[in-house]
Design a protein around this ligand. Structure first.
Ligand SMILES: NC(=O)c1ccc[n+]([C@@H]2O[C@H](COP(=O)([O-])OP(=O)(O)OC[C@H]3O[C@@H](n4cnc5c(N)ncnc54)[C@H](OP(=O)(O)O)[C@@H]3O)[C@@H](O)[C@H]2O)c1
Length: 317
């Protein structure tokens, strides 16, 4: 029933993509690769940024669906805890690799060593960071010299280097899925999040081009561009009725694999994307009028953020 429902949406989206091309919904750019449906029979999934939020939710959901998981993140303590949790809840094997993706190209030899001998069917390039919890102009980023390199290493370098490590074996087997987590902030230019937004459009274009390049070799590259998911990254924004819980988001997003290579990940985010494209187009978002209001909004968010952080109700699953 659910598959038929998705198919129905696919047809609608195909139709709307033709008719309203400039609006380009995120529903479904239908492109079903032959290998996409039986990927879960491969043994290992690798998830970057796997100890909290969306990454942890993907790791849990993939384990629940029968895969062994390689968790990659920065904190050894959190890695041990999440790995133990997956093993006891889902009975799957785990392996952990501790690394800091902000460090740049030097870390990938060790990651390659950590992945040695594994049959990797799925790579989830999830790790990502923003440079400031709050909206800010480019020059107002705290410690800009350092942050520029860190954000590029974490959001761009990680996606390309991890793909380079894992893709060759997938191509040999003619089977593999790479899921890259972009963002709605990469779908449209976002002033006050300039660098974050720019790194995410890189992820989107990289994914879509790569999918075209390797589709005929049995590889699916899916780009997921969520709106707001309730995680550590967004907890300063407080409770928001439009935000999705990470476990529900991962469940819904994984159900789009094989049906969509570019998706918002869930229905509510696809609708928000459509509404924004219609009611808040680029010319308006980038206007001086909007910038002025955005500054005022940033001030308010700064204030609310302080209060939300003080009394945060966010809890990991
Ligand atoms: N939340 C949203 O609303 C939203 C919306 C659109 C897109 N996204 C994207 O979704 C992805 C996940 O975001 P999230 O909200 O789930 O973030 P999150 O809750 O802050 O989780 C980030 C994960 O990445 C790890 N991590 C952070 N920096 C790292 C580094 N330098 N090296 C290694 N691991 C690192 C963290 O673990 P440790 O702290 O243990 O290292 C954690 O496991 C990001 O790419 C983000 O841009 C999020």
């Amino acid at each position: 029933g659910f598959v038929l429902f998705l198919r129905g949406i696919s047809c609608f989206a195909g139709f709307s993509t033709i008719c309203f091309f400039p609006l380009e919904t995120h529903f479904y750019h239908l492109s079903v690769s032959a290998g996409a449906r039986n990927l879960l029979c491969l043994s290992h999934a690798v998830v970057t940024g796997a100890t909290s939020g969306i990454g942890r939710a993907y790791a849990n959901e993939l384990a629940r669906r029968g895969m062994d998981i390689v968790l990659i993140s920065r904190s050894a303590e959190k890695l041990r805890q999440v790995a133990g949790d997956i093993e006891s809840r889902f009975g799957r094997k785990t392996r952990v690799i501790q690394t800091d993706f902000t460090e740049g190209p030097s870390i990938y030899a060790a990651i390659e060593g950590g992945l040695q001998g594994l049959d990797i069917g799925i790579l989830v390039n999830n790790v990502g960071m923003n440079y400031s919890e709050l909206l800010s102009r480019f020059l107002d980023i705290p410690s800009p010299e350092q942050k520029i390199t860190q954000v590029i290493n974490c959001n761009i370098m990680s996606v390309t280097q991890m793909t380079r490590l894992v893709l060759p074996r997938m191509i040999e087997r003619r089977k593999g899925l790479v899921i890259n987590i972009s963002s709605e902030a990469g779908s449209q230019p976002q002033p006050m999040l300039a660098m974050y937004s720019a790194t995410k459009i890189f992820v989107t274009y990289f994914s879509r081009c790569l999918d075209a390049e390797y589709r005929l070799r049995g590889i699916t590259v899916q780009c997921v561009a969520p709106f707001m998911v309730f995680t550590n990254m967004t907890r300063h924004l407080g409770v928001n009725p439009l935000a999705k819980r990470a476990p529900e988001f991962a469940w819904e997003a994984l159900n789009t694999v094989g049906h969509a290579t570019f998706t918002s990940g869930c229905m509510s985010h696809a609708l928000q994307n459509l509404a924004l494209s219609i009611f808040f187009p680029d010319w308006l978002r980038l206007s001086s009028f909007c910038m002025k209001h955005m500054e005022d909004y940033a001030q308010r968010v700064r204030q609310q953020g302080k209060e939300a952080l003080d009394s945060s109700t966010y809890k990991e699953e």
